[in-house]
Design a protein around this ligand. Structure first.
Ligand SMILES: O=C(O)c1ccccc1NCC(=O)[C@H](O)[C@H](O)COP(=O)(O)O
Length: 238
């Protein structure tokens, strides 16, 4: 059965890192953007990341950050994946990835009211070097807005691994996976507001409910005999 990967983002406390790991998260995000209420300094992210067991990935999230600070943050958190969430160009992302030798995710900030005005196919094509395109709603403050974009308005297929993000909750994530799974080479999900009691403060019960809802989608896809495309598994399609 395909297992949708899960990132819990915007963690600031030890107990929330522990809750995300206990619930089965595959990655946890630390916001390096100082204007965010979920901001943690690199040395704080390093302390939190040291709680992670093997095979749970720390993700460092940047917004238009200068290279020297990206380098310093990645040095503080070994093995972290980068996530670029501002106006970073393909060249900016590639230069950072080459300098720190880490993979990166690139956020596509999808307009809430007119998602078809956003050329996701072109965007994904220009960020081919990204490990995945993170589909987020275009909100004030760059991200973490708790708003969903219109999933049905996305193109039928995108030649990238995708991460669905933006306003996900335990109540809507199952539907989001079922709607978007066929569009990309693979699909993961990312959540921040939907598992919080307040910005930067996660709710362990909501995290567990969110993971349960993702697993419900995986079971439904398996029951529907959803066969992943060969490119998503690297194996010949059966
Ligand atoms: O989370 C933030 O505060 C944030 C601030 C600035 C840029 C990006 C930010 N978060 C990026 C993420 O990956 C969030 O998980 C994503 O935007 C979804 O957030 P939410 O809609 O609250 O689930």
């Amino acid at each position: 059965m395909i297992r949708t990967r899960i990132k819990i983002c915007g963690l600031t406390r030890e107990q929330d890192v522990d809750a995300a790991v206990a619930a089965g998260a595959d990655a946890v995000g630390f916001v390096m953007y100082p204007k965010s209420p979920r901001y943690v300094a690199p040395e704080r992210a390093a302390v939190l990341a040291r709680r992670l067991p093997p095979f749970v990935t720390p993700v460092l999230l940047f917004v238009n950050e200068e290279l020297s600070k990206i380098v310093a943050a990645c040095a503080a958190v070994p093995g972290a994946t980068m996530q670029f969430h501002g106006e970073e160009t393909p060249a900016d992302c590639i230069a950072s990835a080459a300098r720190v030798q880490r993979p990166f995710l690139r956020a596509a900030r999808i307009p809430l009211d007119s998602p078809t005005d956003f050329d996701l196919v072109e965007f994904a094509s220009s960020f081919k070097a990204a490990q995945a395109i993170l589909l987020d709603a275009h909100v004030e403050g760059y991200g973490g807005g708790g708003k969903t974009f219109n999933w049905s308005r996305l193109p039928p297929s995108v030649n990238s691994h995708l991460v669905l993000s933006g306003g996900l909750t335990p109540a809507n994530v199952t539907d989001g996976i079922l709607q978007l799974r066929p569009r990309g080479l693979s699909l993961a999900v990312d959540v921040s507001s939907g598992v919080e009691s307040s910005k930067g403060i996660k709710d362990a019960d909501k995290i567990h409910q969110f993971v349960d809802a993702v697993r419900a989608a995986d079971r439904q896809l398996a029951e529907n005999n959803h066969v992943p495309s060969s490119s998503s598994t690297g194996l010949p399609a059966t």
